[in-house]
Design a protein around this ligand. Sequence first.
Ligand SMILES: Cc1ncc(COP(=O)(O)O)c(C=O)c1O
Length: 400
Amino acid sequence: MTVPAFADWMSQTNDVTEVFLAAGQIPDLINMAGGLPEPTLWPVAEIADLAARVVHDDPAQALGYSPIAGLPALRDAIAARFSTPDLPLGRDNVLITTGGMQALDLLGKVLLEPCGQIAAQSPTYLGALDAWRPRAPAYRPMVLGANGFDPVAALRGAAFAYTVPNFSNPTGRLVGTAERAALLEAARQTGTWLVEDDPYGTLCYDDAPLPRILSLAGTGGAYDGPVIYLGTLSKELAPGLRIGWVIAAPRMIAALTTAKQGSDMCTSGLCQMIALRAFEHGLVDRIQPQVRDLYRSRRDALCAAMDRHLSGVLDWQVPRGGMFVWATARDPRLDTDGLLRVALEHGVCIAPGSVFDPLGVDRRSLRINFTLNPPDRLVEGTRRLAGAISACLAACGPSL
Ligand SMILES: Cc1ncc(COP(=O)(O)O)c(C=O)c1O
């Protein structure tokens, strides 16, 4: 009997998500792998109240199909929120998506031919690599800030460029204003779309936010530039609402809307209405200081524990925002793919660098999340990780 087949790209996926899911079954495991928020920060009573009211007061919008591009009032609210004097945005600059993840998927659909080229900030968000994998893209990894990095050469001929300039996932790196301007200038010179993915922009713990690349692209007139900005409520309010948005030139919004029609037809009207009211009532802005304070203290707890337990074996920089510390093994014999399995035996889960490498070859880095666990668990998780690293290195034998 012939066995029914799957598409080729299915054999290109990595098994790390499966490992993470299985890890959920391990008792007392400390999960420092995912990018999960602290659930007690969700304003549950307020969201429940908004949900009840929008269903009761406006069932047609909350429970019916929405326009494909999103509820007009929510598109207007996003346009107003991101407008500046140099960047007057209108409704036709905004598409509402089902999470930021859908925006990445739709971009792959409208911009990538099979085996098309992507200039991607490296290392790269795992979900973006997953979203684009069916098109089998060829990656040009952009190591922003590296000596000799030439944005024009990187962008020329690519279908699009992808960056997470604020506290990137996975590295927590903040792309400086000059680098942002250089990427924008390269996008203008080469005619290449520049995707600015920004889930972590509000999670800044030490400094004022830097200007968005989108804002730098404002020219004072109706926006029609090369920057495609992606936002989401996942880190600012709650990921379960699955509310994201794209801000871009009207022709890009129209193309993405066509792709969205064949994807989910529309984002949940109920969730869009909750998001709209949450913006209107100031709920989104009100909870940000509390979110930042909690995550800052957890970052500090993790980094202090890493100083104590890991400074002999790993190098890292304290991130100034976001959700992650990115660390690199000092000893090249430490294989972080192998470390994941040993770490699970020690009761802690981390994300190995290979899954964020567009070329899949990094075996020396790892990503550690600090937002999900309270300080005592972060300290214990770090201690366990140090034990796992020692076990891995001991298994390598004496260093030369
Ligand atoms: C860089 C980046 N982009 C996009 C997303 C997608 O977020 P969501 O689909 O929850 O909006 C995430 C989630 O962690 C992310 O880290």
